[in-house]
Design a protein around this ligand. Structure first.
Ligand SMILES: [Zn+2]
Length: 201
């Protein structure tokens, strides 16, 4: 009953759009689109390379001399998927490998693998997704893998949406229609009488 008394008659109020904020959001959206496009291209490149059983990886390796243990965290692109892999190993009893010790910190790797070396077992694999969690006292390593096709699809969503809406806006501008709602703007080119949108940005 209170709601009906709040309704006003006459012209619908023109929405006040903050043009500066709208421009900022548009710029942020454009930046996000470019980032997603680059990530999609990068994913496609890694995908093609991974089919040659080339492993591209970003690895962080740490050896703790005092505790005689080492930790490895890596992101690898191999055999159609990107895998996040972590390994914590207690090395008490054996001396650390000098080569591994030298590879401390964050570094990029590129390695060629024969197919027989790839150790994704079928258990835990689903549509290219893979999950293996560490088992106490048995295995100290864990793997979470996501297929390239999924990442490519994910990163492509925003660029495809932007392309589609960009083409629609261009078409509406060419026909002198409001880019937002499609209303004819021949009478008032600066502000849309239908949605109140200013066209100064
Ligand atoms: Zn409009």
């Amino acid at each position: 009953m209170g709601a009906s008394s709040m309704l006003t008659t006459g012209e619908a109020p023109v929405p006040r759009y903050n043009v500066g904020m709208r421009c900022l959001l548009r710029i942020l959206f454009a930046i996000a689109t470019v980032i997603c496009l680059l990530l999609a291209i990068g994913t496609a490149t890694l995908w093609v390379r991974s089919k040659d059983l080339l492993c591209d990886g970003l690895v962080h390796y740490r050896f703790d001399r005092a505790k005689r243990s080492d930790t490895q965290v890596s992101i690898d692109s191999l055999d159609g998927r990107v895998a996040f892999h972590w390994l914590t190993r207690d090395r008490s009893g054996t001396m650390p490998d000098k080569r591994e010790e030298a590879l401390g910190g964050l570094y990029l790797t590129k390695q060629q693998f024969p197919r027989s070396v790839i150790s994704y077992d079928s258990f835990g694999m689903w549509l290219g997704f893979y999950l293996r969690l560490p088992v106490p006292r048995q295995s100290e390593s864990g793997v979470v893998a996501v297929p390239h096709w999924f990442l490519f699809l994910l990163f492509s969503l925003l660029p495809v949406f932007s392309l589609r809406s960009g083409l629609l806006i261009l078409r509406r501008r060419r026909l002198r229609l409001c880019p937002t709602c499609g209303y004819n703007l021949r009478a008032s080119p600066d502000r849309c009488p239908e949605c109140g949108q200013l066209h100064t940005c």
